[in-house]
Design a protein around this ligand. Structure first.
Ligand code: HEM
Length: 418
């Protein structure tokens, strides 16, 4: 048993990012309420604290950007090259919306978005999700091997959201280029060429969505982007300038996250053939499995809040302007909530109490969609593939970050069913 204290760990150490769970256990053992991470902020790991903080939106805020200000990504505010700036100037101005707002504005945005993301809409998507999953399996089934992340887990959510946002199936490739570019990192650390590429993709994507929003206002369709463009709260619908950042968030928020969920779930199954057999024999257990994966190996390990006034968490003094990281994945291992938290238990009675999709006003809009995608992804895999195993040469390392958790690749071998 290691006797290290939470404060002895360095979260940005590649070994800890590869496996943060020993650090999380130390947080709970020490009852450490806010662990300072040099150059990053304060890590919050206890479920009770996370719940409190998400509700206290005036002190722990999501409003990162100044309105009309620069950069869609990047934090230092350092000046960009003129040619990069010129491209951005041609795009939309920064408007805080949905994830980057606090109540009361957030409440209005959220009501509108909730009108689009109904359970009914998710159910209406299920046959299409199944088609997409089958179409992806068709691309690799004959080779009896796959990089499950590259060939499957990346594309399920990407194609679903691209179509929901009104892009044709053929345009899904363009959509992936845009979202990869926009997510390719903090502008501060990118070189000049990469900044140009990010700027171009950001502006192109926004022009495309702007025209789609305008078209759907004229000629509504049954898709998500029509609902966003036309839904009304208190008789008012959103301006296009507010719809666009929401569309951007939807484009980005559901992709890598859902990819990680599907990938982490498969990672657990190949390490536990008995568990795989149990689910294969009874698909009705898949939703329990997905809940427990969300608790045990959360796809999003943390998200940020910015502190608006000097405050304290427990004994730890935290000054205005500091970053707070809400450790969703750490709370999943909180022994006050979950018995024997480091054990994966398919039948855990309260696995759904995890906060892998967040908690409070900003709780994930897409959680019903993500769960449906993951469930259908496994139903379809079990229908069509058997004897699924890790390729001998496989490397199970994770993407090197503490914020999300997912495999870089997942090389599998299998046989096809009949
Ligand atoms: C397994 C997959 C997913 C995970 C783990 C996940 C996780 C999260 C978390 C932790 C939050 C809370 C943010 C906070 O409090 O700061 C969140 C918010 C959000 N998620 Fe997800 N998400 C997933 C899938 C999706 C999908 C598929 C969509 C949409 C297509 C989506 C859209 C959003 C949006 C728009 C928000 C912001 C909501 C708000 O600010 O009110 N997410 N998500």
């Amino acid at each position: 048993m290691s006797m290290k204290k939470a404060s002895d760990y360095n979260l940005t150490d590649p070994k800890i990012m590869e496996d943060p769970y020993e650090f999380y256990t130390a947080i709970h053992n020490d009852n450490a309420r806010a662990v300072h991470v040099e150059g990053v902020g304060y890590w919050i790991g206890r479920m009770d604290d996370i719940k409190e903080i998400t509700k206290n939106t005036s002190v722990f805020s999501n409003s990162y950007f100044s309105e009309g200000g620069p950069l869609p990504t990047g934090v230092s505010g350092e000046p960009l090259e003129d040619d990069v700036k010129e491209i951005f100037n041609d795009g939309p101005k920064v408007v805080n919306a949905l994830w980057t707002t606090d109540p009361p504005k957030h409440t209005i945005h959220r009501k509108l978005v909730n009108k689009a993301f109904t359970g009914r809409w998710v159910r209406s998507m299920e046959p299409r999700i199944r088609d997409i999953a089958n179409g992806l399996i068709d691309t690799f089934i004959h080779s009896n091997k796959t990089d499950f992340i590259r060939d499957y887990a990346v594309y399920v959510p990407m194609i679903v959201i691209a179509e929901a946002l009104g892009m044709s199936r053929e345009d899904a490739g363009q959509f992936k280029i845009w979202s990869d570019d926009i997510l390719s990192g903090n502008l501060d650390v990118l070189d000049h060429n990469a900044r140009l590429r990010v700027a171009k993709s950001f502006v192109e994507a926004n022009k495309h969505f702007e025209s789609t929003v305008e078209k759907r206002r004229e000629v509504p369709k049954g898709d998500l982007i029509t609902s966003l463009a036309t839904a009304k709260v208190e008789g008012k619908s959103l301006d296009t300038s507010e719809v666009l950042p929401i569309v951007n968030t939807l484009m980005l928020a559901g992709n890598e996250t859902t990819t990680n969920l599907i990938g982490n779930a498969m990672g657990l199954l190949i390490k536990s053939p008995d568990l795989m057999a149990t689910l294969r024999n009874d698909y009705s257990l898949i939703p329990l499995f997905i809940n427990e994966v969300m608790r045990y190996d959360a796809p999003v390990q943390c998200l940020y809040r910015i502190v608006t006034e000097d405050t304290c968490i427990g004994e730890v003094k935290i000054s205005k302007g500091s970053n707070i990281m809400l450790g969703w994945g750490t709370a999943g291992r909180d022994p006050k909530y979950f018995d024997d938290p480091n054990k994966f238990d398919l039948y855990r009675h309260n696995a759904e109490k995890n906060v892998g999709f967040g908690f409070g006003p900003h709780i994930c809009v897409g959680l019903g969609l993500a769960k449906a995608e993951a469930r259908i992804a496994f139903e379809t895999i079990f229908d069509r593939l058997k004897d699924i195993k890790l390729d001998e040469k496989a490397d199970l390392s994770h993407i090197p970050t503490f914020a999300t958790r997912g495999y870089q690749k997942l090389d599998l071998v299998f046989n096809s069913n009949n």
